[in-house]
Design a protein. Sequence first.
Length: 156
Amino acid sequence: MNPLPEAAPHSDWLDLTQCLLDSFCHWTGKELLERLTQEEDLLALWNAPQVVVSHGTQGDPIFQYGNQQALNLWELRIDEFLVMPSRLTAEPLHRDERQRLLHRTRQYGYVDDYRGVRISRTGNRFLIEDALLWTVLDRKGETIGQAATFDHWSCM
């Protein structure tokens, strides 16, 4: 397994990883990955073959997590990713569609039928298929963001 990069907020991500995994199970009734210790969960999610990302609850939500597969796909370093508004991963033309999807996710807790076009830092376009989005809850049940995972995409 690859270690987290130095720029990753390790201590913050220990708790966030548990919230991501617990919330995924809460909404879907399934585990995103085999659960072990917090540290092992952190590294397993970081190294997962599928993309896993999450953003916060700001008015213009900023990414708070992206695993190695996400960074590879969007062609970003972790320090670039963690300051980027998540809306910038969609082309301007597709941002209204993305906003409707985020609203549905807030309304129902999760959606598992997303398909859409995204764009990397260098302008490479790719089609995401069969993405699952879910609302991320903290240990008190308060919403702290939204997350997505997918393992099907194709370059356009």
